[in-house]
Each structure stands twice: as C-alpha cells, then as structure tokens.
Design a protein around this ligand. Structure first.
Ligand code: GLN
Length: 235
C-alpha cells in the first residue's frame, strides 16, 4: 500500500506534506504507523502542485525511494501552492516500477492518487487510455474520463468506485483527486484521516501528533472545499 496526502488552504510548500511534519510522507515511506499492506514505500514517489503561472498542475515523479532523492528537499521547500498532493509508493506485486505508474496521475487540471489494488479488468470498461499497465493508472484514467465528461469530482469518484467494487469485491480503492480548488477522497479498504485548521489536510494516516486528526469512515466519500469538509457514505 502506498501512503498519500493532500492540502487545501493558505499557500504552503510541498514540504508541509513531506519533510516538515514528524510523520510526513518522508517518514511514512520507511516507518508508516498504520499501513495495513506492505511495510515500506520505497518504489517511488510523486508530488503535484498548482502554480498560478500555468493552468495545469506541476508534477515531479521518480521511481527511487523518496529518501534517496537529494534534490527533493530543496524543491519541496520552494514548490508552494494553496493545493498540494503527494504520494509514496509500495508497488503491488506484478505492477511495473516506472514514473508513469507513480502517483499523482494527471490529466488537464486534475491530479489523482490511488492507495490500494484493483483488478484492471474491473475498470477496463470505464478506462480511457491509461499511461501505464499499473492498476492505479487504469483507475485514474477511468476517473479522468468522467471528469472530462463534466462530472463533479465526487460523482466521478463514486461512479468509478461503485463499478470497480462490483466487478472486484476485494478491491481496495482509497483515492484522492483534486482540480486545484477542492479535494475529493474515498476511503475504501484502507485508512484515511483528515485534519482541519486554517485549511484541510487529507492523508492516509496522521502526519503528526497534533490533536484534531479525525478518522474518515470506510466506504465514504470526503469532499473538502474552502467552506469545510463533507463526508457521505458510498452505498
Ligand atoms: N496498486 C498500486 C501500485 O501498484 C498502488 C499500490 C499501493 O497502494 N501500495 O502502485
């Protein structure tokens, strides 16, 4: 299982998710506290953020462990945005290790991360043109196809998750998606937490020991906007 995290709120550097918090994604890559599947997340990492100077998000994805990229701390300390996403990867058995299999996946204005596993055939009917054979890339392409058709973030996630869960009941489908102004997330088979202060953090597990982290119940959809957080069951 991978670990992922996103931020929506006042502008912060990517290091706000990665190296700054005591249990940020840097630490979670080798010592996650709540990971149910896998022990380390050393099969690559990715960061994505929105910069006002371009319409699409900027990404940086690597296949090396996050702790092995000596250039990352500098980059993560200056890559700032009101909306951030980052992930560290533990590849599912049989999945390729390549940048195109590494979250965040992107299409136009959207970024997406998947924490889990799904049979690719379970989403084949919805997927467009995945950039990798990785199951997560297929899921991403299915969600992006709905978004391109005009679906709101939450609807796109719900449709794809319901479909995948019917076709592949043991699938684990924790997803994070954003278009830069809202974050939608699904808890489906693994842990998900949220923390609200001046903005909203959504993460596979708490990034630190501050009070206020709330567990997001399994099989729910979380929608975070500047107005707050809404959690609804997916049936
Ligand atoms: N199945 C995805 C992959 O192989 C995600 C793995 C995970 O959540 N550990 O990258």
């Amino acid at each position: 299982m991978c670990r992922h995290a996103a931020w929506l709120g006042p502008s912060r550097a990517v290091s706000w998710l990665v190296g700054e918090p005591e249990h940020g994604l840097m630490r979670q890559s080798y010592a996650p506290r709540m990971q149910r599947y896998g022990t380390v997340n050393a099969d690559g990492f990715g960061i994505g953020w929105y910069d006002g100077s371009r319409g699409e998000p900027v990404r940086y994805r690597r296949t090396v462990p996050i702790w092995a990229d000596a250039n990352l701390p500098g980059l993560a300390s200056v890559a700032r945005s009101t909306c951030l996403m980052a992930a560290v990867r533990s590849a599912t058995v049989g999945m390729p290790i390549e940048e195109t299999a590494t979250a965040p996946f992107a299409d136009g204005p959207w970024l997406l991360s998947h924490n889990g596993r799904v049979r690719r055939e379970a989403v084949r009917a919805l997927a467009g043109d995945p950039e990798s054979l990785c199951d997560s890339a297929w899921l991403a392409s299915a969600v992006f196809a709905r978004l391109r058709a005009g679906a709101p973030l939450g609807d796109a996630l719900t449709v794809v998750v319901r479909h995948a869960a019917v076709e592949d009941p043991p699938a684990r489908l924790n997803l994070l998606v954003t278009g830069g102004t809202e974050i939608a997330a699904v808890a489906w088979g693994d842990t998900l937490f949220t923390h609200l202060d001046e903005g909203v953090l959504v993460a596979s597990e708490p990034l630190d020991d501050r009070p206020g982290w709330q567990a997001v119940p399994d099989r729910t959809l979380l929608l975070a906007s500047p107005d707050g957080v809404l959690i609804t069951p997916i049936d």
